[in-house]
Design a protein around this ligand. Structure first.
Ligand SMILES: [Mn+2]
Length: 296
């Protein structure tokens, strides 16, 4: 339940029925954590993000001065279905409708498995799409504990899709032998920027030009646990909030959508990670508005 004393998501959400029908930028919660390999808890992520980024503590203007007050349509949470196969199909179907309608969705997970049906749905755009993934893990296992749809396999699934032109992974620090073999197999479409090479500003992927369609997927464990303690699988030695915010703001591509996943509120410290998740989405929304050539 939304706390009545709080104003969700820094006051960015609209209540105007006309804007709710037609607004380009939409917010969607994907409260599913059944594909997590070990810890559960990410299903509580979306509601936490709305509430922790309280409009009485934060205002709707981005760092670069884009005022999103009443500009974003909150479509609520898409409930998980009986099985993951059913949930996945439901997410794919509903996301495809958003992309087809020309909307730019911003999703909150859920575990990282939720990104697979969203990326599948990007096929309706009828153009190649590039993925940019912030993550500690390359998520390249062919299957994990017998499950090809585990959150540890998501990038392997992305790279099997024909409409995905490339995957750029930033912040990686858990590449093992099995996944290195997979990385070699997909090398022509996969760029890995390891955390140990990410000093200072993050490098803009050279193959992405101004007109490239990009979907960003941010696993919060890409950050150092000092910045994002509230994740199911923290790995020391990660990225800073500043590095990733600068990277989002300084992008040179056409953002078609974005997600932030793996927030585990049970493990968070004073909502620090939930607020970071919200801040990333807020800045991504600001980027999308500032670079939207179809804006009326
Ligand atoms: Mn991860």
């Amino acid at each position: 339940m939304i706390d009545r004393a709080s104003l969700p998501f820094a006051g960015c959400f609209t209540l105007d029925p006309e804007r709710r029908r037609r607004g380009r930028l939409v917010f969607v919660g994907l409260p599913s954590d059944g594909q997590s390999s070990y810890r559960r808890g990410c299903a509580a992520g979306p509601e936490r993000v709305r509430r922790a980024y309280d409009g009485r503590s934060y205002h709707a203007t981005t760092e670069l001065g884009v005022n999103l007050a009443g500009q974003i349509v909150d479509l609520g949470d898409w409930a998980p279905q009986g099985t993951w196969a059913e949930t996945k199909e439901s997410y794919r179907h509903r996301a495809a409708a958003l992309f087809r309608a020309g909307r730019i969705p911003f999703f909150v997970g859920g575990d990282h498995a939720v990104t697979v049906p969203i990326v599948e749905a990007l096929a309706v755009l009828g153009q190649p799409v590039h993925l940019v993934q912030i993550d500690a893990h390359p998520d390249l296992y062919p299957q994990f504990d017998g499950d090809p749809y585990s959150h540890a396999c998501v990038a392997a699934r992305f790279l099997e899709m024909e409409h995905i032109a490339s995957v750029t992974q930033i912040g990686i620090r858990t590449l093992n032998h099995v996944q290195a073999e997979q990385a070699a197999r997909f090398a022509s479409r996969l760029e890995i920027q390891r955390a140990r090479d990410c000093h200072g500003s993050l490098r803009h992927p050279q193959h992405l030009q101004q007109e490239a369609l990009v979907y960003m997927t941010i696993d919060l464990d890409g950050f150092d646990p000092a910045f994002a303690p509230g994740v199911s699988h923290p790995v020391p030695g990660g990225l800073t909030s500043r590095q990733v915010l600068d990277f989002i703001q300084g992008a040179r591509w056409k953002l078609v959508g974005m997600d932030v996943v793996e927030l585990n509120p049970d493990l968070d410290v004073r909502d620090q990670t939930a607020i970071l998740a919200a801040r990333l989405l807020h800045e991504g929304m600001g980027y999308a508005v500032a670079h939207d050539d179809q804006r009326s």
